[in-house]
Design a protein around this ligand. Structure first.
Ligand code: MLZ
Length: 266
């Protein structure tokens, strides 16, 4: 469900172009999602990626699974594409000579893990091997993104959301994902072959829920010291559509650093 947001209209309004599908590490036809809530599988612990844990599917959205590690709490759910290499059928870990681990933040005493595991797997509904996808799509050979191209991207601070975004910078194998209408608060750098970024139209194809762009003003405030010289259109909340194309260059932000909240006469 995409609310009233239409990429077609939005691309016209902004005069922007969509990043072509070949830029992304995603399959051209999104992978089918045959999982069901309640199914168990093996997943890498996102907080301790050397650990393979038991996870339960607690929700489904488009080609993605909402997962919760067994023995963990309900505050650390994470989302994975059904063709992610970070999920596998139960039994895979052992087959490869590994041992299932308790999740980081296991809520019981570590010594009770073996018994917990036994009870967890006993009578569990295990996701059948055939609904997993053999492998992830191959990474494109190179970073073909260009500044200003539009895409759909996971909001890493709210990973259940996929939102309209714009390439803000291309730097070697990395791209700066900037979220439209959020003034930088959720932006991040990622590799061009990240599984968190998708071509325009992905959510419509998978049935995932694409958020509309934010309503915060695009671009940055003009230099202070000249109050009254700003046109009314630069004032937030007037319903003015976003400025076409790439907003004026913003101050460079280091990845992960917090930006000071803006407040002032713009
Ligand atoms: N409730 C949150 C959601 C923001 C989502 C932004 N996605 C780019 C907020 O308003 O801060």
């Amino acid at each position: 469900y995409q609310g009233h947001f239409s990429w077609e209209k939005y691309l016209k309004e902004t005069g922007a172009i969509a990043a072509p599908a070949h830029c992304f590490r995603q399959s051209t036809t999104p992978p089918v999602n045959e999982f069901k809530a309640g199914m168990k599988l093996e997943a890498q612990d996102p907080r301790n990626t050397t650990s393979t844990c038991i996870a339960t599917v607690v929700g489904l959205t488009g080609s993605r699974l909402r997962l919760r590690l067994d023995g963990s709490d309900n505050k650390n759910d994470f989302w994975r594409l059904v063709d992610s290499s970070e999920i596998q059928p139960i039994g895979s870990c052992e087959k490869n000579g590994g041992m299932l681990q308790p999740p980081l933040g296991f809520r019981l005493n570590a010594s009770s893990w073996p018994m917990f595991l036994l009870k967890t797997l006993n009578g569990a509904e295990m996701a059948p091997a055939r609904i997993f996808h053999k492998e992830e799509p191959p990474a494109p050979e190179q970073n073909s993104f260009q500044v200003g191209m539009k895409l759909e991207a996971v909001d890493r601070k709210n990973p259940h959301f996929i939102c309209p975004a714009t390439v803000g910078e291309v730097r070697g194998v990395e791209v700066l994902v900037t979220f439209d209408g959020w003034r930088g608060a959720f932006d991040y750098y990622c590799r061009y072959d990240s599984r968190d970024i998708f071509p325009v139209g992905w959510c419509a194809l998978t049935g995932d829920n694409l958020q509309p762009p934010g309503t915060k003003a695009f671009g940055v405030p003009k230099t202070l010291g000249a109050p009254g010289l700003l046109p009314d259109s630069s004032v937030e909340g007037t319903g003015t559509p976003p400025t076409p194309g790439r907003p004026p260059p913003q101050k460079k932000r280091k990845p992960g650093r917090k930006k000071t909240k803006l407040s002032g006469p713009w």
